[in-house]
Design a protein around this ligand. Structure first.
Ligand SMILES: C[S@@+](CC[C@H](N)C(=O)[O-])C[C@H]1O[C@@H](n2cnc3c(N)ncnc32)[C@H](O)[C@@H]1O
Length: 391
């Protein structure tokens, strides 16, 4: 089936307008890139959810106009589940975990604006995926200046041919985006489209002085953030956290590659204490960003409804086996039960007191500094006092 190119162009115009009217102030260059680079060429098939299953959806599956509207919606499009690309999936689909996607265009735009790419900048992207973001980088920097890396040979193969069909010939490399590159070139801009806990030293090393790095940083409570850092003299990178919440899939690299989400144990009905704080507070992205700075990096959260139909959250630290469950109660304060050495709700309660004392600081008021050894998030209160969290 052939795409109606006029309709596709109209969809790009509508999407670009939608991004601009939303939270992102689009520069004319980035707007031009979204208008010119066709998302549908990079995402000929993607998955839609049907309960637990992911069903492939191609242009030929049903009404092409409905498909085109979905491709040009401001949504992330899942293209690979457990290594199976939507193009190669059987019509009844599969269950599993997404392993590649095309990021929501407004989030791409926000990160691209932060990256501030000029023609002639040498740009590295870690996480090629569909190649759509790489296509936009080629439009902005010139394709000879773009290197994009993905861990999957299948994805880099598809992306390379789609970039070629769109008229771009960047260097598309299969490998670890946080590892070594052939020839060890250096870059003016580095962008990651998969998240890390700690900024890999290789990105700092590859960035030229004054160069910019835009990277999603993952925290314990899914309060993901995007950091924008500039390389300074001495090799560190300093910058700030963007306003936009961003839950990117993890970069599978080094020790993070082996990371499996542990199953969260139930602390059961142990002696419990009252709390003045419901765990629903963690649904506020501004606070969950702040709270995760006070918890060990490996903590995971499971949440849902308890037997009474009210909110329950369990925090679990696989490092020492501590598990703390916080249950909302009818007509009573939330109850907190802990198994293991530490009550994991206490640091969240302390974080909440501090957050209120600091007048609920927004994530974009925090700064971030990364060196090869350490990553520090800081907040300077209006009175001048500096709060620092090291990971
Ligand atoms: C959200 S997708 C990237 C979206 C992509 N930029 C696009 O425009 O379609 C994240 C990608 O990161 C890739 N990835 C995960 N770990 C990686 C690693 N260590 N090195 C390079 N790519 C990696 C995944 O294979 C996946 O394709």
């Amino acid at each position: 089936m052939v795409i109606d190119e006029q309709r596709a162009l109209a969809a790009r115009v509508a999407l670009t307008r939608q991004i601009d009217r939303g939270g992102v102030v689009l520069s004319s260059r980035v707007a031009g890139a979204f208008l010119n680079v066709p998302r549908h060429s990079f995402v000929p098939a993607f998955y839609r959810r049907d309960g637990e299953r992911f069903l492939p959806w191609r242009l030929a599956d049903g009404d092409p106009d409905v498909w085109l509207d979905a491709v040009y919606a401001d949504d992330s499009l899942i293209t690979e589940v457990d290594g199976v690309h939507a193009e190669d999936a059987t019509p009844d689909g599969l269950t599993g975990a997404p392993t590649s996607s095309s990021t929501a265009p407004s989030l791409m735009a926000d990160m691209l604006e932060a990256l501030d790419v000029d023609e002639g900048h040498d740009v590295l992207e870690a996480g090629t995926g569909t190649g759509y973001n790489a296509g936009i980088l080629c439009f902005l920097a010139g394709d000879k200046h773009v290197t994009t890396v993905d861990r999957s040979a299948a994805l880099t193969g598809k992306a390379r041919s789609r970039l070629g069909a769109a008229g771009f010939a960047p260097l598309v490399v299969r490998g670890d985006g946080a590892g070594e590159l052939p020839g060890g070139p250096s870059f003016d801009r580095v962008i990651a489209t998969a998240s890390v806990r700690r900024i890999p030293p290789a990105w700092l090393a590859r960035l030229r002085p004054g160069g910019v790095l835009v990277v999603p940083v993952r925290g314990a409570l899914a309060g993901g953030m995007v950091a924008r850092l500039t390389k300074v003299a001495g090799g560190a990178a300093v910058g700030h956290v963007l306003h936009t919440p961003a839950a990117f899939m993890p970069l599978r690299s080094g020790p993070e590659a082996a990371e499996q989400l542990p199953s969260v144990p139930d602390p059961g009905h142990r002696p419990a204490r009252d709390s003045g704080l419901s765990a629903r507070v963690l649904d506020d992205w501004t606070f969950s960003f702040f709270a995760q700075l006070h918890l060990p990096a490996g903590v995971v959260r499971a949440y849902g409804q308890n037997d009474g139909g009210l909110h329950t959250t369990t925090l679990y630290d696989p490092a020492d086996g501590s598990a703390t469950r916080v249950d909302d109660m009818p007509d009573a304060p939330p109850r907190v039960a802990t198994r293991g050495p530490r009550d994991l709700w206490e640091p969240v309660e302390a974080a909440h007191r501090l957050w209120r004392e600091l007048n609920r600081p927004r994530r974009e008021w925090f700064t971030i500094e990364a060196t090869a050894h350490e990553q520090t998030v800081s907040y300077t209160a209006p009175g001048g006092r500096v709060h620092r969290w090291i990971s």
